[in-house]
Ligand binder design. Structure first.
Ligand code: GDP
Ligand code: IMO
Ligand code: MG
Length: 424
């Protein structure tokens, strides 16, 4: 059976988890394949809100297996806290979870260095990270000095590896950042606790996933962040340190590409971004405050206000190209109900010339060219049928579909699982 993928088409927080939760009703296995606890994924079911950071958003369904793939960077401490929280909420997480033995572990050093780097850099070098140690752990992974989940299963191996990591990282803390060193024993004890709690769930998940796919199971891959934050295809250096895009779903799960079928790109009907970096359609002042307030645009992980702007066709076309999107899901359309006219950036200009792609650099110097579409000015929250949307709202959606040239297959009209329109 196939594996489908959900990937953010913008700068994260597009409403991926809401869509994943919706799609999960027909799914046997859900897989997180990159990122870490920098993600904040919100699901609302019958008015109750759940926010997941590392645990896949399909956890709510009793029979869906949850996998943390090899491409994830996992913070054992915050992961156990999240598992406890999820258990309290009534989900039998320890009975349905598997963790890749090849995923890399975020240690306290990574979080301290992430925060110190942000604190001590020049203002123009600040990235606005979530301070969850993500980029620092991925650097250690690439540098071939990081600790993988499988290595903690054998105590002698863990101790040997950890001694060498602690020595190296403490030297870095002292010499580069001038902060206090960390005690080996504290970190070792925390990793031991992690092993006692979930050690039996650490396994070769690539082997497991390919076997289950061959046996006919349906798999959904859950992207965190989004295309604009991709280390290769995003607005470098204002990106996260992984590949949320389709290629990352394969390398971060170990699923063979021939299993892949649908790739759903998720986009808001407008745009937001948290942290630093270029954002061509960004709006400011009262206009932004208003959109932020109506869309409740505050980060699910850090609580930071999200920067707001308009739908950007070139950005979505870029996401379609690099991810091979087979469909777009348009979320938060209800947030636009207030406007008389809705701006949509249909193209870019740079130095007075049309630019028909999303550039790898210099995005801060492009000028978006807008079309203004008539608004519907009618409440559409929770509308569940296409024919019950106002005509001008349907025209807006059809206009975007024509611009991007792939089908819009799902429309989201509110945060709840049921606030969803499925297109024929
Ligand atoms: P993710 O990181 O892509 O999963 O998205 P987040 O959970 O960080 O942010 C999306 C926010 O929008 C959450 O608060 C969702 O509950 C909310 N949301 C999702 N879809 C809709 C929608 O169609 N309308 C409204 N009003 N809110 C939505
Ligand atoms: P979800 O999965 C929005 C942003 C941070 C920062 C940049 C780098 O909820 O969509 P990092 O801590 O990853 O090194 O920070 O990436 N960022 C996100 N923005 N949604 C996310 O995840 C994000 N995860 C990281 O704000 O600009
Ligand atoms: Mg989020």
């Amino acid at each position: 059976m196939p594996a489908n993928l959900v990937v953010g088409a913008q700068w994260g927080d597009e409403g991926k988890a809401k869509v994943i939760d919706y799609l999960c009703k027909e799914i046997d296995i859900i897989v997180r394949y990159q990122g870490g606890a920098n993600a904040g994924h919100t699901v609302v079911v019958d008015g109750k809100k759940y926010v997941f950071h590392l645990i896949p958003s399909g956890v709510i369904y009793p029979s869906t297996k949850c996998i943390i793939g090899n491409g994830v960077v996992l913070d054992p401490e915050s992961f156990l806290q999240e598992c406890e929280q999820v258990e309290k909420e009534g989900f039998a997480i320890y009975e349905k979870l598997l963790i890749s033995d090849a995923c890399h572990l975020i240690l306290p050093f990574h979080k301290i260095i992430d925060a110190e780097k942000e604190k001590n850099c020049k203002p123009e070098e600040k990235l606005g990270t979530t301070k969850r140690g993500i980029g620092i752990c991925y650097s250690d992974k690439m540098n071939r000095i990081s600790l993988r989940a499988g290595e903690i299963l054998e105590d002698s191996l863990l101790q040997k590896r950890l001694h060498s990591i602690v020595d190296r990282k403490n030297e870095e803390l002292q010499k580069l950042y001038g902060v206090e060193t960390l005690a080996y024993e504290d970190i070792y004890q925390k990793l031991k606790q992690f092993r006692e709690k979930v050690g039996h769930l650490i396994t070769n998940t690539s082997y497991y996933l390919n076997k289950e796919l061959q046996a006919g199971k349906k798999v959904l891959l859950e992207g965190a962040q989004g295309t604009g934050l991709d280390i290769d295809f995003g607005t470098y250096p204002y990106v996260t340190s992984s590949n949320p895009t389709t290629g990352g779903a394969l390398t971060g799960s170990g699923i063979a590409f021939h299993h892949m079928q649908d790739v759903y790109g998720i986009s808001k009907a407008y745009a937001t971004r948290v942290g630093e970096g270029p954002f061509p359609t960004e709006i400011f002042g009262e206009e932004a405050e208003n959109l932020r307030k109506v869309g409740f645009e505050f980060g699910a992980t850090t609580g930071r206000p999200r920067r707001c702007g308009w739908f950007d066709v070139e950005m979505i076309k870029h996401a379609i190209r690099v991810n091979g999107l087979t469909a777009l899901v348009l979320t938060k359309i209800d947030v636009l109900s207030q406007y008389e006219k809705i701006p949509v950036a249909v193209s870019y200009e740079k130095n007075g010339k049309k630019l028909d792609y999303f550039p790898s650099y210099g995005l801060d110097r492009v000028k978006p060219i807008y079309e203004f579409l008539p608004g519907w000015q009618e409440d559409i929250v929770s509308v569940k049928q296409w024919q019950n949307l106002p005509q001008k709202c349907r025209d807006y959606i059809r206009y975007i579909e024509k611009q991007i040239n792939i089908p819009i297959r799902i429309i989201s009209t509110g945060p709840d699982r049921t606030d969803t329109i499925i297109m024929d």
